[in-house]
Design a protein around this ligand. Structure first.
Ligand code: UD1
Ligand code: UDP
Length: 376
């Protein structure tokens, strides 16, 4: 069986790794799957791109399309043209796309026009906020896909509401979350290999157990970065929280760009800005944080899996399961709400053993099994 995998943005390297690993495991028994990896080049800075190929067990891309940044239409359009050329040459039985970025939509559209079946990993997620670029990407991708691999029951229900259900023409399955596979596989590796807590001097010398004492924050959603009022308000909140306890923020290039535009760089002295970190470093930073503040989808889930309280800097989330029970709190961009939400997280860590909402960490294997059954 020949499959083409399309990736391009940071979270897709992590998601695709889980499936690639399962493909390799499957091939060890019997060489059955030929995966061709296509990198659109949507993310290209070393800490947003190459570091993941060096650190994770991901194959090198067979095609690098070098698309880079641009407006939505231009970026997606160039990807569409270049992906089409690859698919015409390779003629795979299926194209696998991940998540909801412009690389996802371009991959899905290129395959749909060539009548090649599409497998969408992380199908069925919805924010019900039509203005969000990711909502457009995931909605369109789901509607042209043949195999819809959802991470939760809720995601399957969202698809059913739109008339997309398991049947003779489509496979719709809750396989669990591929990012959960990755966190289970890499978190012990991170404990052994990452030096980030020492490098950033995050141990409290007063603590008998030398526990790290810091908050971790990430911010990159367009709705926050492109609205100067929201951006300023979130940073004011982080700066206030940072008066007492360090706030570490690996800065996404989009946010850095917008902070420059609005002259906000160097304004918030209590926030420790660092370059985007590698996956292993990120896992360690997440695992030992007092709480995480984020607008990232992946980071909300990782906070949940580590049992670390999360304050989401958005008005809604696709990951509604994490909000149930109050473990993830939606605080938007208001200083008051964010500061209050963080103050309420004190001492709230928990153990998540036995919780199967996002599967058992075998999503990659399930996806590969279904693909081989269908196309093998
Ligand atoms: C993209 C995805 C978003 C995902 C995020 C993961 C879309 C529409 N958005 O957002 O869903 O959550 O990736 O991180 O696909 N830039 C650099 N270097 C890079 C990459 C980007 O400097 O390596 C800068 C450029 O100025 C670029 C901006 O960041 O214009 C935004 O990059 P882009 O890939 O368009 O969107 P993200 O905000 O990264
Ligand atoms: N991540 C990382 N380094 C960072 C920030 C995030 O490795 O500096 C990882 C994070 O652990 C998660 C993924 O990137 O696995 C989330 O990607 P991102 O926040 O860019 O996108 P989203 O999940 O919101 O689409």
């Amino acid at each position: 069986m020949k499959i083409v995998t399309i990736v391009g943005a940071r979270p897709q390297f992590i998601k695709a790794e889980a499936v690639s690993r399962a493909i390799r495991e499957c091939n060890e028994k019997k060489d059955r799957i030929h995966e061709i990896l296509v990198h659109t080049g949507q993310h290209y800075d070393y800490p947003m791109d190459k570091v993941f190929f060096e650190e994770l067990e991901l194959p090198r891309p067979d095609y690098h399309l070098g698309v880079g940044s641009g407006s939505h239409g231009r970026q997606t359009g160039i990807m569409l043209e270049r992906i089409e050329a690859v698919l015409q040459k390779e003629r795979p039985q299926v194209v696998v796309v991940y998540g909801d970025t412009n690389s996802t939509l371009a991959g899905a559209l290129a395959a749909a026009k060539l009548r090649i079946p599409i497998a969408h990993v992380e199908a069925g997620l919805r924010s019900y906020k039509p203005a969000m670029p990711e909502e457009i990407n995931r909605l369109l991708t789901d509607h042209v896909s043949t195999l819809l691999f959802s991470p939760t029951d809720q995601a399957v229900r969202n698809l059913v509401k739109e008339g997309i259900r398991n049947g003779t023409t489509r496979i719709v399955k809750n396989v669990g979350d591929v990012m959960y596979d990755s966190i289970l596989y890499y978190s012990t590796v991170a404990e052994k290999e990452s030096r980030i807590l020492h490098d950033l001097n995050l141990f409290d010398p007063q603590s008998a157990f030398r526990n790290p004492q810091y908050y971790l924050a990430t911010l990159h959603r367009a709705e926050n970065t492109d609205d100067p009022n929201r951006l300023k308000s979130i940073f004011r909140a982080l700066n206030k929280i940072g008066e007492k306890t360090p706030v570490i923020l690996p800065l996404h290039p989009r946010t850095k760009k917008m902070m420059k535009v609005h002259r906000l760089l160097f304004t918030f002295k209590n926030v420790k800005f660092i370059r985007p970190v590698s996956y292993l470093n990120m896992l360690l930073l997440e695992k030992h944080a007092k709480a995480i503040l984020t607008d990232s989808g992946g980071v909300q889930k990782e906070a949940y899996w580590f049992g670390v309280p999360c304050v989401t800097l958005r008005e809604e989330t696709e990951w509604v399961e994490t909000v149930r029970g109050g473990w993830n709190v939606l605080a938007g961009a208001s200083v008051k709400r964010i500061v209050k939400a963080v103050s309420q997280t004190k001492g709230r860590r928990r153990c998540l053993k036995g919780n199967k909402i996002f599967g058992e960490g075998k999503a990659g294997q399930k996806i590969v099994r279904i693909l081989t059954r269908h196309f093998g």
